[in-house]
Ligand binder design. Structure first.
Ligand SMILES: NC(=O)c1ccc[n+]([C@@H]2O[C@H](COP(=O)([O-])OP(=O)(O)OC[C@H]3O[C@@H](n4cnc5c(N)ncnc54)[C@H](OP(=O)(O)O)[C@@H]3O)[C@@H](O)[C@H]2O)c1
Length: 454
């Protein structure tokens, strides 16, 4: 009997070959996960296991190793939209599972197919509602607005209890996102000053240099607001702004994040939607498309801790650098004002990508005979310190799913409140500004907010 069975629906897709199989292979090779694992790769293509492995090894850029994969992957051919095919899948899974086997069903497929798969898995009793060993995993997009998210969720709750559902926002598996609570609550110097009396503003930015990279179908329906803000950036914001939880168990952490979402407001005047020049010429994009590839907004978290502090959110494509970063800017000191010197404010940089780490900028005397000041930065770069390869987000997420740890997965009420927030912004959507470069957008923000986004 296997300890863990990962059943992947959509095993011939990009997500499986680029993220899931590399992560499972790494966990397996590093003995981080039981060696008594089987990945059942479900697909409609006419492959056997050997042909399937040739296919994924061929399509993958991450140098998947066929010898390692062949130790735990079995290809299972079926039509996932045909109820009759599930009896056969059940028979197969029953031959390799026992009552203690963790059965992890990964929906690496479009959300329109979730209904069929969840229903049929349940109808043949392959998954039992409330059996915590039977888990369902899927990725964003969690719907495209509050109504559609509710529909997906209500459908899934017919067959799975919330405890069995793992919604993946892969940003939450990134090293520095996991580190936010540690930096905040395990360091007295930050814990003491993490509030509106000392923090001036917070900037949360996810910039990309690429365009849509052929994902016209998905992206044109979504846009930057839904693709990035609803999920990744609001999740980050909640971790930066939440109060200390009663404990670090999943539900206690989420209860505090929920308080942030309940108190989240945005400034209507601050909204900037942009579209990169040439977006409408991309293959598959309508020449009249109004979809934004850039969005900026100022938000406020009206809790006693953060009332009055602007949280600026910025994300977009075809910008100056590829970078995801949180910048926490502190107020000036009272003494600082007495010095007639060009003094800067302190900033804590939590660097998420491409290099994980953090930096802290300080004012310091320029060494020498004069009382000049300079801004210096203390740096910690994880990749520079870590031995061996850095852990990929999916390794952490898949390990946590197999061990039943839910902190890094989004609970339904988080999805509900973030969609409500996004729906309210959507109602005010304006025609996007066409931009050629980031400087144009930065100037717009500066003119509007008097803030430099760096
Ligand atoms: N790729 C990523 O990095 C990523 C990141 C975040 C979220 N997601 C989400 O994850 C899901 C999968 O993404 P993906 O990029 O892997 O998509 P993809 O490359 O288009 O793959 C889709 C998979 O679904 C299968 N499929 C499609 N229609 C089917 C049908 N009617 N019956 C049976 N199988 C069908 C495809 O099988 P065939 O090969 O036989 O067509 C393929 O295995 C999507 O919801 C996506 O939004 C993906």
């Amino acid at each position: 009997m296997k300890d863990i069975i990962f059943v992947i629906f959509g095993s011939t897709g990009d997500l499986t070959s680029r993220k899931l199989l590399p992560a499972i292979s790494k966990l397996y090779s590093d003995s981080q996960i039981s060696k008594n694992i089987e990945v059942v790769a479900v697909g409609r293509r006419d492959y056997d296991t050997a042909a399937y492995l040739d296919y994924v090894v061929d399509t993958d850029n991450n140098k998947l190793n066929k010898d390692i994969l062949s130790k735990f992957v079995t290809y299972y051919k079926m039509q996932i939209t045909d109820q009759n095919d599930y009896q056969g899948l059940k028979t197969y899974i029953n031959t390799i599972s026992g009552p203690l086997t963790k059965q992890l069903y990964y929906l690496a497929i479009a959300p329109q197919l979730f209904d069929d798969v969840a229903k049929y898995l349940s109808q043949v009793d392959l998954v039992e509602k409330n059996n915590s060993h039977h888990r369902l995993i899927f990725e964003k997009p969690f719907g495209h607005d509050l109504d559609s998210a509710k529909k997906i969720n209500q459908m899934l709750w017919k067959y799975f209890d919330e405890e069995q559902i793992y919604r993946i926002d892969h940003y939450l598996g990134k090293e520095m996102i996991q580190n936010i609570l540690m930096v905040r609550f395990a360091n007295r110097i930050f814990e003491e000053v993490w509030h509106n009396r000392t923090i001036k503003n917070v900037k949360i930015m996810a910039k990309e240099t690429d365009g849509i990279l052929g994902r016209a179908g998905y992206y044109d329906d979504s846009g930057a607001l839904k693709d990035m803000i609803q999920s990744h950036l609001l999740q980050i914001l909640s971790l930066v702004a939440m109060d200390a939880p009663v404990s670090y168990f999943s539900d206690d952490v989420k209860n505090e994040k929920i308080e942030v979402f309940k108190n989240l407001k945005f400034d209507k005047q601050s909204l900037i939607f942009g579209q990169y020049n040439g977006y409408k010429d991309e293959k598959g994009i309508d020449e009249k498309s109004m979809t934004e590839t850039f969005v900026f907004l100022k938000t406020f978290v009206n809790t006693p801790r953060f009332k009055g502090v602007p949280f600026y959110l910025l994300t977009g494509k075809k910008l100056d650098v590829k970078e995801s970063v949180i910048i926490v800017e502190f107020e000036e000191t009272t003494e600082q004002r007495k010095w007639n010197l060009p003094l800067s404010t302190n900033k804590l940089y939590i660097k998420i990508a491409p290099q994980d780490g953090f930096g802290l900028s300080l004012n310091s005397k320029v060494p020498g005979l004069r009382d000049d000041v300079e801004n210096v930065e203390m740096e910690y770069c994880i990749a520079c310190q870590a031995y061996g390869n850095m852990t990929e987000a999916y390794e952490k997420l898949l390990l946590d799913i197999s061990e039943g740890h839910k902190t890094l997965f989004t609970r339904w009420d988080e999805i509900e409140l973030t969609w409500k927030f996004i729906d309210d912004i959507k109602k005010l959507q304006k025609e996007p500004v066409i931009y050629d470069d980031y400087e144009t957008l930065e100037k717009l923000i500066f003119d509007l907010e008097g803030e430099k986004m760096s």
